[in-house]
Design a protein around this ligand. Structure first.
Ligand SMILES: NC(=O)C1=CN([C@@H]2O[C@H](COP(=O)(O)OP(=O)(O)OC[C@H]3O[C@@H](n4cnc5c(N)ncnc54)[C@H](OP(=O)(O)O)[C@@H]3O)[C@@H](O)[C@H]2O)C=CC1
Ligand SMILES: N[C@@H](CC=O)C(=O)O
Length: 769
């Protein structure tokens, strides 16, 4: 057979996170079967998630307490047994147990040896290698149970190393011989599984290649036996920064080998620093991705320019014993010695033309944020700037730099609080669909970065455009009992230069955060009436904060949803207009309920329908009590410059459970009688607010056919405004004033207004330059 027709051989390395549960094992088996159709596959496996740490803890216990160590080992094995029971039919399970019995016996003996204090490091190395053996043999048994020819080998048989138990070096020629000694068909005939992380010295003793070094094992296997390597984990490739520090970090599609090497040396945990050595020598390519066939990152030898900026943030290793060789380029090691409490942040610039400019700019950013830079270094050939900073500032500084660097700040970040609610969901949908059109038409680019509800937060990835998928992921996030202040801190600490927070909740706690957001230069867009209908002083303070910090505060939808009410009134006020008389119908819910009861629907059923159609507040009693209308009237009048407090509004509720009792048949009957009475007088019912001569009232009214409100139907709102400028003929705005679609449309419009205003604000780079 000619070589060109020969299937290529791919090494697939499965990290611990891809083997975390029975479901994960099944996914890996499926993935392997698919990939086998077009290539010869070698799988290199890690230990299941957490197992190596647990084994390490076991070895430490063994030094002092044999019983505890043996209990800890039993716990690890019990977890594996659970996987075995879930995954394997009885006969395969029994074969599997026979296969690993020898390793388990050996492990127990090694723990005893550790206790006795003999050659401890060698025994630790053996014990730690157990996790990979358990994974490999389980995966192999699983594939066999699915009628695939699969088998596994411990890497001690193939990867030969120096005689150092930890962080050992590859013995190139011995390894070459070990691979060459394999039967030619070895990798062609079946799915071959090899354990990661370890090798063996010339005496056959287990050695470890380094913490998290399964990537390195896979690269060695690729160098000797495959054409290319794929590293599969739970992160979609190499990200623009460590996602633990920057939740919005983005996948970098392509990277040069040189950058990838330097990135790992500078502490980016995604690649083991030695992984690239064997590939560099053989010119073989590497891809990092997930089992979900997402784009991932390809590492190529020939890439002239960086496509985007990157950040590596690095803290000293935790397991000093296993990481004797810190993954730092030689000249950076000194820093670590000089500033032991420091961490390193390395900035890989995409724009290589203005290295010094960037160096100064980033230093200014640190100074403005109060981060003390202990040391700064230019690795000019590599276009990399390295900062040593106090470890405590690592996360904050990384987020700050990321928000400045990646991407080049054309877009506005949007966080939706209340994203799982009725208005929040629809607004998200609009941002995802209409946002793209908006960008194409006007260049305004919106990017949803976070979704929150009362207990969960989801940090969104770039290009996630499936609304339902995002909401599902939000629902899967861990539940947190977090105060609103913590949510604000989290959002602010992302360091976005242009951030719009949308409050689609009806929560006073969230409304209580606006001052914090505005003072931090973050725009607030809200349909939530609680902040603006609070004390007048607060309303005024919010306005001045927004002015002082040159940041948009948009709340058009708090009154009559998407109808243009507040903006025109504000414009008139700015031009010197003063209202004399304002009459308004401001509740979609009450409008709908009254219209329905006047058509014969029982009051209780009409209220129920208003809730179902999404017109009512999360607590519909806020509508029926008239409180919602009073709030809207306050906001409207304050926007016109009228200084008024809630206590000055005379409110007669439509239905107040304290006064009128629960909504039951008696209430239905009362309303039926009232409607008959009103209809007999050729009148209609409407619930309106009125401002005249400094007095404000809200309540139910009987109106004649001459009333401008007589023709209102369903959720229709109306504002009739008479003023210095509109004396004889009033300014009238009318249309539906509640509902999910119209409110979300209004919110979307406000988000765009806010984003455009933020874009006009001087960017930080301009201030610092
Ligand atoms: N419906 C309409 O026609 C109009 C509505 N509005 C306003 O829109 C807002 C939203 O209404 P609607 O979508 O119907 O309400 P929903 O009850 O459907 O949704 C409210 C959302 O807010 C979240 N939330 C509640 N408390 C908190 C908190 N402390 N922290 C974070 N999130 C929280 C809820 O999360 P969880 O599910 O976890 O509780 C939920 O996601 C209200 O202020 C309303 O007045 C304005 C104009 C018109
Ligand atoms: N519940 C309100 C809608 C939001 O402001 C109404 O019914 O008008």
């Amino acid at each position: 057979m000619s070589t060109s027709l020969k299937k290529k051989t791919i090494t697939l390395k499965f990290g611990g996170s891809t083997l975390a549960s029975a479901t994960h094992f099944l996914q890996v088996a499926e993935y392997l079967k698919t990939r086998c159709q077009s290539a010869t596959v070698i799988a290199v496996v890690s230990a299941t998630k957490g197992t190596t740490d647990a084994l390490y803890a076991c070895t430490q216990l063994a030094k002092h307490n044999r019983e505890q160590a043996s209990q800890a080992l039993s716990d690890i094995l019990a977890a594996h047994n659970k996987l075995v029971t879930e995954l394997l039919p009885a006969s395969f399970a029994s074969n599997y147990r026979q296969e690993i019995a020898h390793y388990l016996e050996q492990t127990k003996t090694r723990l005893q040896n550790i206790h006795q204090g003999e050659n401890i490091d060698w025994h630790i190395a053996f014990v730690l290698s157990l996790g990979e053996k358990l994974s490999a043999s389980l995966l192999s048994a699983l594939l066999q149970s699915q009628q695939r020819t699969a088998s596994w080998v411990p890497s001690e048989l193939l990867i030969r190393t120096d005689s150092e138990p930890f962080n050992t070096n590859l013995d190139q020629s011995a390894t070459e011989k070990a691979f060459a000694a394999l039967n030619e068909d070895y990798f062609q005939s079946a799915i071959r599984i090899i354990t990661g992380f370890c090798g063996a010295d010339k005496d056959g003793r287990t050695t470890l290649l380094g913490r998290n070094a399964s990537d390195y094992s896979a690269a060695i296997v690729t160098a000797f036996a495959a054409d290319e390597l794929e590293l599969l984990g739970d992160t979609a490739g190499i990200l623009s920064a460590d996602p633990d520090y920057v939740p919005g970090a983005e996948t970098v599609a392509e990277l040069s080998v040189e950058d990838a090497c330097l990135l790992s040396q500078c502490g980016a945990g995604v690649l083991h620093p030695r992984t690239l050595e064997p590939l560099l020598k053989t010119g073989k390519s590497l891809r990092l991705g997930t089992l979900q066939h997402e784009q991932g990152t390809s590492i190529r030898a020939q890439l002239a320019h960086r496509q985007a900026s990157l950040l590596a943030a690095w803290s000293p290793p935790q397991h000093a014993e296993l990481s004797k060789k810190p993954p730092l380029p030689l000249n950076l090691k000194k820093w670590q010695a000089r500033f032991p409490e420091s961490s390193l942040v390395s900035v890989f610039l995409a724009d290589h033309h203005a290295l010094r400019y960037w160096q100064n700019l980033l230093t200014d950013i640190a100074a403005q944020a109060g981060v003390s830079v202990l040391q700064r270094k230019l690795l000019s050939k590599q276009r990399v700037i390295v900062f040593a900073i106090p470890s405590i500032e690592l996360q904050r500084f990384t987020r700050l730099l990321h928000s400045r660097l990646y991407p080049l700040q054309q877009e506005t970040a949007v966080a939706i609080i209340g994203a799982s609610g009725r208005i929040g969901r629809q607004t998200l949908q609009l941002l995802l669909t209409e946002g793209q059109r908006l960008f194409a038409e006007s260049g305004t680019q919106l990017r949803v970065i976070a979704l929150c509800n009362s207990k969960q937060t989801l940090w969104c990835k770039r290009h996630e455009n499936d609304c339902q998928g995002l909401l599902n992921r939000l629902a899967e996030q861990p539940l947190q009992q977090r105060p609103a202040s913590l949510l604000a801190q989290e959002l602010l600490s992302q360091g976005y230069d242009k951030l719009v927070v949308v409050d689609a909740s009806a929560s006073s706690e969230i409304a209580g955060l606006y001052e914090q957001f505005l003072a931090a230069g973050v725009a607030v867009v809200t349909p939530n009436k609680l902040a603006n209908s609070d004390a007048l002083q607060r309303f005024t303070e919010l306005q001045s904060l927004a002015r002082k910090h040159r940041v948009p505060y948009c709340y058009e939808t708090t009154v009559a949803a998407a109808l243009p009410v507040l903006k025109p009134l504000l414009d008139l006020r700015r031009a010197g207009d003063t209202p004399h008389h304002v009459e308004a119908v401001l509740s979609g819910t009450i409008g709908f309920v009254l219209d329905s009861v006047q058509q014969g629907t029982p009051f209780s059923a009409a209220v129920q329908q208003a809730v179902e159609k999404g017109y009512a507040e999360p607590d519909p009693l806020q509508d029926l009590s008239g409180e919602d209308v009073a709030r809207k009237m306050l906001i409207l009048l304050r926007t016109c410059g009228i200084r008024i407090e809630r206590s000055e509004i005379e409110l007669t509720p439509l239905h107040d459970t304290n006064l009128h009792g629960p909504i039951n048949q008696q209430v239905d009957e009362r309303w039926r009688q009232l409607v008959l009475e009103v209809q007999a007088a050729n009148q209609r019912l409407c619930y309106a607010a009125q401002y005249r001569d400094g007095n404000v009232s809200v309540g139910l009214k009987r109106i004649d056919a001459q009333s401008p409100f007589y023709r209102l139907r369903g959720t229709e709102n109306a504002v009739i405004y008479q003023s210095t400028f509109y004396q004889d003929i009033p300014l009238t705005v009318t249309g539906p004033g509640a509902g999910i679609n119209v409110t979300s449309a209004g919110l979307f419009a406000d988000i765009v207004v806010a984003a455009e205003a933020l874009s006009r604000r001087a960017p930080l780079s301009a201030i610092a330059a």
